[in-house]
Ligand binder design. Structure first.
Ligand code: PLP
Length: 384
C-alpha cells in the first residue's frame, strides 16, 4: 500500500468539479454549474498563437514570461488604471490565475500562519492555503451587506498569527464588487496589521451597471504588501490556454518566480502569444461578450425571483448569481442533488463555497440565453 501524504489526502475535492462530473452522465442536462465563458476564444488570439508556433516559438520561455507579454500587461494596467508597473521586475506570467495564486501562497504563507479568506469564496483559496501549510480563517460575507467583505469582520478575526488576507472582486460566487471606498477601508486594516493581501481580480472586466473596477494596488500606502492576481481566462474566453499573471513588488515577484520555476518552469509559450494578442489588440470582443453576459444576468435574476422560495440579488460583477434557497427547507447540497436528478439542471451548492454559503446555490450565466430559459422552465415546473 502506498502511503499518501496528509497534504494529498486532506485536500477537499472541488464542489464545482464534483457537480460537473455528475452532470456529464446526463446528456440532456442544463449546465449552470460552469465557471467559464461559453464563448470560444476570439479568432485573432488563436491566429496569433498559430503564427507564433509557425515562427518557431515552441520553446521554453523565461520563468516570468516573454518580455513582450509582460510589457503588454504593464501597458494594459497603465491604460486601465493609471498604475505604473516595471515589466522586468514586477510581473509574473503564470499557469492560469490559479498558478499565480499557488506561487503567491507558497511565497508568503509559512506553516501555521493564519490566512483570512472570503466565505463564501472560491474553494481553491482554502485548498491553496492548506497546501502551503497555512490555517484558513473564513471571513463571512453576508447577504444583508450584498455579500461585500466588511473591514470590521476582517479586523475581528486578526490574531498575532494572521499573515495574509485574500480578497476577490468581482467575487465568485456572489458577484459582489468592492468599491474604492470599501477597498480603502480594507487596505487601512491590512496596513495597520502588516498583512499581505492577495487580491484576486480575475473578473476585473466583468462589472455591470456602469461600475468601474478599482485595483487594490492603486492605493499607494499598501501597494508594497499587495499581490494582484488576474489573467485572460474570463475576460477573453481563454480558460483552456492556462494563462494568468500576478503583479507585486520585485522582492515578492522574484520569490514567486523561484517557486514557479520548480512547479512549471514557465507557462505555455503559445498561450503567451495568444494572450499578447488579446491584451494588446482590439478590445471589441470583450465588449461584445460583456453585453451578452449583462443581458443574461438580468434575464436569469428576473426569472429566479419569480420562482417560489427563491430570492436573488442582482449581481454587480462576474458571471454568477447566488440566490437564497433557504425557504425551500433543504440543505443546499440536498437541493442541488435533487435539482440534478429530477430536473437535470446543474447548479453548485452554496455550502461548497464555505459554511456561510449554506442556504444558497450558485448558478452561472456564462451560457446561452436558450439554456437559461430552459433551466428556468424546468425549475418552475419542479418548484411549482
Ligand atoms: N479566481 C477566481 C475567483 C476564479 O473563479 C477562477 C476560476 O474559476 C480563477 C481565479 C482561475 O482562473 P484561471 O483560469 O486564470 O486559473
Amino acid at each position: 500500500m502506498v502511503v499518501l501524504s496528509g497534504r494529498a489526502t486532506s485536500l477537499p475535492a472541488s464542489p464545482i468539479r464534483a457537480m460537473m462530473a455528475q452532470a456529464a452522465r446526463y446528456p440532456d442536462a442544463v449546465r449552470l454549474e460552469m465557471g467559464e465563458p461559453d464563448f470560444t476564444t476570439p479568432e485573432p488570439y488563436m491566429e496569433a498563437a498559430f503564427a507564433a508556433a509557425r515562427r518557431g516559438a515552441t520553446h521554453y520561455t523565461p520563468t516570468v514570461g516573454i518580455p513582450e507579454l509582460r510589457r503588454a500587461i504593464a501597458e494594459r494596467v497603465r491604460a486601465d488604471y493609471a498604475l505604473e508597473l516595471d515589466p522586468d521586475r514586477e510581473i509574473l506570467v503564470s499557469v492560469g490565475a490559479v498558478g499565480a495564486l499557488t506561487v503567491a501562497c507558497l511565497a508568503v504563507v509559512q506553516p501555521g500562519d493564519e490566512v483570512l479568506v472570503p466565505d463564501p469564496g472560491w474553494p481553491v483559496y482554502r485548498a491553496q492555503v492548506a497546501l502551503a501549510g497555512g490555517v484558513v480563517v473564513p471571513v463571512p460575507l453576508r447577504e444583508e451587506n450584498a455579500f461585500h467583505m466588511r473591514p470590521e469582520d476582517i479586523e475581528a478575526r486578526i490574531t498575532p498569527r494572521t499573515r495574509a488576507l485574500i480578497i476577490n472582486t468581482p467575487h465568485n460566487p456572489t458577484g459582489a464588487v468592492l468599491g474604492e471606498h470599501e477597498l480603502r477601508e480594507i487596505a487601512e486594516v491590512a496596513y495597520r496589521h502588516g498583512l499581505v493581501v492577495i487580491s484576486d481580480e480575475v473578473y476585473e472586466k466583468l462589472l455591470y451597471d456602469g461600475r468601474r473596477h478599482f485595483p487594490l494596488a492603486g492605493i499607494p500606502e499598501v501597494r508594497r504588501q499587495v499581490i494582484t492576481i488576474s489573467g485572460v481566462s474570463k475576460t477573453y474566453a481563454m480558460t483552456g490556454w492556462r494563462l494568468g499573471y500576478a503583479h507585486a513588488v520585485p522582492e515578492i515577484i522574484s520569490a514567486m518566480a523561484r517557486i514557479q520555476e520548480c512547479l512549471a518552469s514557465c507557462t505555455s509559450s503559445l498561450s503567451q502569444h495568444a494572450a499578447l494578442a488579446a491584451l494588446s489588440g482590439d478590445q471589441g470582443p470583450v465588449a461584445e461578450m460583456h453585453a451578452q453576459y449583462d443581458r443574461r444576468r438580468r434575464f436569469l435574476v428576473e426569472g429566479l425571483n419569480r420562482l417560489p422560495g427563491i430570492s436573488c440579488l442582482l449581481p454587480e460583477g462576474a458571471f454568477y448569481v447566488f440566490p437564497s434557497v433557504r425557504a425551500l427547507g433543504r440543505t443546499s447540497a440536498e437541493l442541488a442533488q435533487e435539482l440534478l436528478v429530477r430536473t437535470r439542471v446543474v447548479t453548485v451548492p452554496g455550502s461548497g463555497f464555505g459554511e456561510a454559503g449554506e442556504g444558497y446555490l450558485r448558478l452561472s450565466y456564462a451560457t446561452s440565453l436558450e439554456a437559461l430559459e430552459e433551466g428556468l422552465r424546468r425549475l418552475e415546473r419542479f418548484l411549482g
